[in-house]
Design a protein around this ligand. Structure first.
Ligand SMILES: *Cc1c(COP(=O)(O)O)cnc(C)c1O
Length: 428
């Protein structure tokens, strides 16, 4: 089975003349069209906002596109908050959904006016101490709390995930306590957040999650008198990594959430709650590719194809055994009658982009297109074996290509070695 690429072999070769492989390339048109569909899907909700999960693709040029499409940003660290600020987002356009959060990061998030999403009840005290001290800030008037129902998250088609084993969020009892305490501390606008399953397909996840959170919103009002201002469905809407998987239809998902909203919140007089989302993967995943060139073939006990990218550029297969579809550019029509392991150069035997993958016959020099590398891909890059990060490119709507992050150089790799001027020594 095949999967469409947003780049032909000819285009990829022309780009590779200017920007050597490996490189990531993102499709601006695809990103924008998808973001518009997301907004269309939730247009029924007045206060709707998608906070793009920055960790999925933390590049300011991509974030600028997202901002133009009306998105805010979901951040989980000081540097991610800085990125959101750098592209001009302020105040409640920024969500800070972190966990195990250092005091200094709460302080920074509060200083720039972002919405703080508390992962734990103890974080109320952490946040209080973050508001004190030298550059004291008032305790925020808007706060969100993250919920973890425990147990297993089950839907009609089986167990989706195991919240009881996850480190995130508060128990229900803690949640109610937290809202009461926050009310005493003068908080005026409250939110509720939960992230219970990752990379979901089938379209039921958001509506089912929404139904649970809406019911809890009703209970919160009954038990604490707090009427929530927003409910944050977080991330977790998946993409079809495999060619036989059916893509999520965000319009159907939005309509499913709307039905729950109308049947649970509106009758309870809570019909003015804004819906927020923090999607990452769904927003950019399909609209990015890692382009890498075949530099070796090796025939031992198995057939290996060696490429110039490695797990340091794309970690998901090594880390999660994740499937990324591969197209051999220019050989789209050839039959996949060869079986290969497609590998990178790390001294790690899990540095394999594909194992026992059926592909057309590959020769050295071919360009491989690794699909669905637009989220949680470049951003998970690391520098093991002294492997450097590759460049990121943007395929603009007019067909031109711009460099939106240059590749790392050895000088970048050595830059933090302040004690030893290693790089200078190299140049002696
Ligand atoms: C990772 C993450 C997201 C985005 O998840 P996706 O699966 O990419 O949609 C959103 N919110 C939080 C708190 C996260 O940790």
């Amino acid at each position: 089975m095949s999967k469409a690429t947003f780049l032909t072999k000819e285009q990829a070769e022309a780009i590779a003349k200017e920007f050597p492989t490996p490189f990531y390339i993102y499709d601006e048109k695809g990103i924008r069209e998808n973001a518009r569909k997301v907004h269309e899907a939730f247009a029924w909700n007045q206060g709707f906002r998608e906070y793009f999960a920055v960790k999925a693709l933390p590049n300011p040029e991509i974030m600028r596109v997202m901002k133009e499409e009306g998105c805010g940003f979901d951040c989980a660290s000081e540097a991610e908050l800085m990125l959101a600020k750098a592209v001009g987002s302020t105040g409640e356009e920024i969500m800070f959904s972190s966990n195990d959060t250092p005091v200094s990061e709460f302080a920074y998030a509060n200083r720039i006016g972002g919405i703080i999403n508390l992962d734990d009840i103890s974080h109320i005290d952490t946040l209080l101490s973050a508001c004190e001290g030298e550059d004291a800030t008032p305790f925020p008037e808007t706060i969100c709390c993250r919920y973890n129902p425990g147990g297993v998250f089950e839907m009609a088609n089986g167990i989706m995930d195991h919240p009881g084993d996850s480190k995130y969020g508060m128990t229900k009892a803690q949640l109610f306590k937290a809202y009461s305490r926050l009310k005493e501390l003068g908080v005026k606008r409250f939110g509720l957040h939960a992230f219970l399953a990752s990379n979901t397909i089938g379209g039921d996840y958001y509506p089912q999650l929404a139904a649970r959170l809406f019911q809890i919103a009703v209970e919160i009002r009954e038990q604490t008198g707090v009427a929530l201002s927003f409910i944050n469905l977080s991330g977790g809407v998946g993409i079809p990594y495999r060619p036989n998987e059916v893509p999520n239809d965000i319009l159907t998902i939005g309509a499913g959430v709307q039905r729950q909203y109308e049947s649970i919140l509106e009758p309870a007089g809570l019909g003015d709650i804004a819906i927020y989302t923090e999607m990452g993967r769904f927003m950019t995943g399909p609209y990015g590719a890692l382009i890498t060139r075949v530099i070796h073939e090796k025939h031992i006990y198995k057939e290996y194809i060696g490429v110039d990218a490695c797990a340091a550029n794309l970690m998901r297969p090594a880390m999660y055994d994740a499937y990324h579809h591969i197209t051999v550019l220019g050989k789209e029509e050839e039959s996949a009658d060869h079986m290969y392991d497609v590998v990178g150069s790390l001294c790690e035997n899990n540095d394999k982009f594909a194992i026992d993958r059926h592909l057309p016959e590959i020769t050295v020099g071919d360009l491989l297109y690794l699909h669905d590398a637009g989220a949680h891909s470049f951003s998970m890059g690391y520098n093991y074996n002294g492997k450097l990060w590759c460049a990121e490119l943007l395929l603009k709507e007019d067909g031109s290509v711009s460099l939106i992050r240059r590749a790392q150089t050895p000088k970048d790799y050595f830059a933090t070695l302040d004690i030893l001027p290693v790089y200078e020594k190299l140049n002696e």
